[in-house]
Write a protein that binds this ligand. Structure first.
Ligand code: NZQ
Ligand code: ZN
Length: 392
């Protein structure tokens, strides 16, 4: 049964080849001081920086730059961004980049005027923001996280070896998001496919939970089929606009809160993946691909009917004359074949995980309650051990 919910997504989306012109509508809504946040420099090489700066100049903005936001942004960098935002008296934070840049921008947005230590308040204690919030706008250059249309902000604390996401409320969602699929053409293949898998995993996390009948599961099956179809085209032809635009929009809908409404969700693969990320700083999507199959094999007996439905409705597995287990396993085999066709990382060793790290990763893994089996610490260790080496 669909549970009770209140739904609001306040992010205004400008989508398509001309999406950047959305800045002409949005920029006049904010004061003159803009904090321009970006990553390691890809936007300077592919021309997006120049195009954004031209718009900012056209609208008479005073721009302060906060560059070098690293993949998996850190609590240390967050402090630096807060100081810059305050010094600039930023009226708007414009994040130009992928999930890391946008997540970081949201972190700065709620932390710049925070009277307590932001890492403790937001990421360890999950408190709501109570001091001033600086509005955030996003120009997306990497597809996967959904950060462009949600309240998620994932920050890594290397000292404490923790990577934690706070899902903020609608006041922290980007006020607007510029989504031009062509901006993603310059992504290295490794990042492109990691993003594809992140999308798939977001849908899995919300799909593999509950036994009730709800609209969200049907929507998610459609999103997964679209992603699988388009990813097969994009892998051979990365500049195929139709495929890349479908994938971009699928990513946004996979994690803009819509499909989670009224249903329970899992998120355990993300919890394990984030703990792996805290120890290795590996690319987010790859931390998920490396542990998914071992996790699914662990929970399959507890969620058999959903795995059968997944095999049939998402992967087109024929069920006639087969046991439920056979059908479910064929579904997982189809998932694995697709993952391998994308050249995803399928084991933890490749990401730099060592046996010595495993107990710490287990400790850093948050246990969620919504999946088909609530894991024990021993389960997490078994999943990690099974994920150390990929079995072809
Ligand atoms: O730093 P630059 O130079 O921009 O390079 C980036 C970075 O090296 C590069 N890149 C991005 N756009 C590019 C490009 N290179 C060439 N051309 C372009 N157009 O790609 C690399 C990865 O970027 P990053 O932003 O780190 O990737 P992603 O979008 O996957 O974000 C990952 C972060 O988001 C968090 C992850 O945990 C991780 O910290 N997540 C955020 C979520 C949310 N807000 O809801 C949910 C996710 O599950 C995820 O946890
Ligand atoms: Zn993710």
């Amino acid at each position: 049964m669909l549970g009770n919910f209140t739904y609001c997504n306040p992010t205004k989306v400008y989508f398509g080849k001309d999406a950047l012109s959305g800045l002409d509508e949005e920029l006049p809504k904010y004061g003159k001081n803009v904090l321009l946040v970006y990553g390691g420099g890809s936007i300077k090489r592919n021309g997006i920086y120049d195009a954004v700066l031209e718009k900012l100049k056209k609208h008479g903005k005073v721009v302060t730059e906060d560059a070098k936001v690293m993949p998996n942004p850190t609590s240390e960098k967050l402090k630096e961004g807060c100081a810059r935002a305050r010094a600039a008296q930023a009226d708007l934070i414009l994040a130009v980049g992928g999930g890391s840049v946008i997540d970081y921008a949201k972190g700065v947005s709620v932390s710049a005027y925070c009277k307590e230590d932001p890492w403790t308040k937001y990421y360890l204690q999950m408190q709501d923001p109570s001091d001033g919030i600086i509005p955030v706008g996003a120009v997306l250059t990497m597809v996967g996280t959904g950060s462009e249309m949600n309240g998620g902000s994932v920050i890594t604390n290397h000292e404490q070896k923790l990577k934690i996401g706070h899902v903020f409320g609608e006041e922290v969602f980007p006020k607007f998001a510029i989504l031009n699929p062509e901006y993603t053409y310059t992504l290295p293949k490794y990042q492109m496919v990691a993003g594809f898998y992140d999308i798939m995993c977001h849908i899995h996390e919300q799909y593999f939970s509950g036994t009730d009948d709800n609209t969200s599961d049907y929507v998610m099956e459609g999103l997964m089929r679209s992603l699988i179809h388009s990813s097969k085209i994009a892998i051979d032809d990365p500049k195929n606009y139709e495929a890349r635009s479908n994938i971009m929009w699928t990513a946004t809908w996979a994690l803009n809160t819509f499909v989670a409404m009224g249903k329970s969700t899992d998120w355990e693969v993300h919890m394990i993946g984030q703990a792996v990320g805290a120890y290795t700083d590996a690319t987010h999507g790859m931390t998920l691909s490396a542990v998914t199959l071992a996790y699914f094999r662990h929970i399959l007996p507890y969620g058999m009917q959903k795995f059968v439905r997944y095999a049939v409705n998402v992967w087109g597995v024929g069920a006639e004359g087969k046991t439920d287990e056979q059908v479910a396993l064929e579904g997982l085999a189809a998932l694995e074949a697709w993952m391998r066709s994308l050249s995803l990382v399928m084991d933890l060793k490749t990401l730099g995980v060592t046996q010595e790290m495993l107990p710490g990763i287990v400790e850093a893994t948050f246990i969620m309650q919504g999946g088909y089996k609530v894991l024990t610490k021993e389960d997490v260790m078994e999943i990690l051990q099974e994920s150390m080496e990929s079995k072809e």
